[in-house]
Unconditional design. Structure first.
Lengths: 107, 367
């Protein structure tokens, strides 16, 4: 679990900053919360037998949902530039699959 | 100037502390818990994770207690809306406590309540990160409920789909549990040879996964199947192994079901008095756990044996004692006709056919 988290965190950090445009401080706080969530998530019923590949996808999905929700909440009712609007319009599951594939290729 | 009490955020607790907090929370009477939310750390996800784990392990031992506690935590999380953990954690705990409450209701033969809890669980699991796996676990419980209501055709149609879903998710234990349902349907459909073959494979699978719960359940069903066929050696061998597993797990339902199987064997072997003794041990265990449906089913089985022994009055007593519990649990429609016939006959000459049909409609195999 720790190993997966260590390998995934740089990808998550870069997604938070460059894709969802979180500040450095926001990204760090989000990563801390996400790490705690993931440790609890891995102890849920039925998860113990889940293969690493599925866990990776769940971790990235949670990260994308987190980043997206935070940015939507920050810009509620306000204007966003075109590229951020595109990022927020994209399904988190879609992006998560892409990130999981990228991590797999990297290892 | 008015004073305002500020609640400072507490330092998150570790997983070990969460289990201790969960034990403490469950030890406090339900009606006092909510008032001690802060002290008992009830909103901590680690505490809730510990609570769910503890309740799951107690499902087979104290289903009525588990039902009450799972309902308490569900209501606690539902209203007022509480901020629990991050991301999907509140939704997960609502879905999970509803699933546990529904499973407990299923074990207690409260089928309508079980259905309602499963619907609630589904609604919350819709929002979890791992919703496919969560839904699949819920679907298993729904199918198990369908076995109990004897919707065998539907079970046989849906089980392969669920197995496929678990195999895609690489959840091998859950897939194996689904194969149980197939085995149970074969048992109920009076195909003992195919059912034995199925449970032997499940036994091997459970051993290779190191899953004692599944192993004990497979062995218990093998006891019942061999007993029904009068295969004493095989039945007793399976019962010895099953009892070892259940005692190790402190699983009283398992122990009771093995005694039931031994009773069946003694009955088939023409030893009614010893059979009644074995059934009584099973009954005592079920009564302690609050499984009224099983207690009532055994009362009918014992009544049938007492009639064989010519003890009509004692048999009548057993039937009259079983009827209130049968009225309370949700009997399948086919069983209602047999129940009506039995009720009508109980004051005069007892309708053996109705009696046998009726105890056939109760939950029997282990799952």
């Amino acid at each position: 679990m720790d190993d997966l988290l260590q390998r995934a965190l740089p990808v998550i950090h870069s997604t938070f900053q460059s894709y969802y445009r979180l500040s450095e401080k926001e990204a760090q706080e989000a990563e801390q919360e996400l790490a705690m969530w993931f440790h609890r998530f891995s102890r849920r019923s039925g998860i113990a037998q889940t293969p690493v590949r599925s866990l990776t996808l769940s971790l990235f999905l949670a990260a994308c949902q987190y980043g997206r929700s935070l940015q939507i909440w920050k810009h509620e009712g306000g204007q966003t530039d075109e590229s951020l609007a595109r990022a927020l319009a994209r399904e988190p599951g879609d992006l998560a699959s892409e990130l999981a594939a990228r991590l797999e290729r990297g290892t | 100037m008015g004073a305002r009490v500020l609640r400072f955020p507490l330092k998150p607790i570790s997983s070990d502390e969460g289990i201790i907090a969960a034990r403490q929370a469950l030890a406090v009477a339900r009606e006092e818990r909510a008032a001690r939310t802060f002290e008992l750390r009830l909103e901590e996800p680690e505490t809730l994770l510990g609570v769910c784990g503890l309740l799951r392990t107690q499902l087979e031992t104290s289903p009525d207690e588990v039902r009450g506690d799972a309902e308490f935590f569900y209501r606690f999380l539902e209203l007022p809306r509480r901020s629990v953990g991050v991301l999907d954690e509140r939704e997960f705990f609502l879905g999970e406590t509803a699933l546990i409450a529904g499973t407990a209701c299923r074990l207690l033969s409260r089928r309508e309540d079980a259905r309602r809890w499963f619907d609630r669980s589904e609604a919350w699991f819709r929002h979890t990160v791992n919703s496919v796996a969560d839904w699949s676990r819920l679907s298993y419980q729904r199918l198990a409920l369908r076995v109990e209501t004897r919707d065998f055709d539907e079970v046989l149609e849906l089980v392969p789909l669920l197995i496929e879903s678990f195999e895609k998710l690489e959840m091998r234990e859950e897939a194996l549990k689904c194969r149980f349902l197939e085995g149970i349907v074969l048992m109920e459909a009076d195909q003992p040879a195919r059912a034995i073959e199925r449970f032997r494979r499940i036994r091997a699978g459970a051993r290779s996964l190191g899953n004692d719960q599944l192993l004990g359940t497979a062995l218990t069903n093998l006891v019942q199947l061999h007993a029904a066929l009068g295969e004493a050696e095989e039945a007793l061998d399976a019962s010895r192994h099953a009892l070892l597993v259940w005692k190790r797990l402190d699983n009283r339902v398992g122990v009771a079901k093995v005694h039931w199987g031994v009773g069946d064997l003694l009955r088939v072997k023409g030893q009614p008095s010893s059979a009644i003794e074995a059934y009584r041990s099973a009954q005592t265990e079920f009564a302690k756990i609050g499984m009224r449906g099983d207690v009532a089913a055994l009362q009918l089985v014992v009544a049938d044996l007492l009639l064989d022994l010519g003890e009509d009055e004692a048999a009548r007593g057993e039937i009259l004692a079983a009827l209130p519990a049968i009225d309370e649990i949700q009997m399948v429609p086919e069983g209602l006709a047999a129940l009506a016939l039995l009720r009508e006959s109980v004051r005069g000459r007892i309708d053996r056919q109705a009696l046998r049909e009726l105890h056939g409609y109760f939950d029997r195999p282990s799952r």
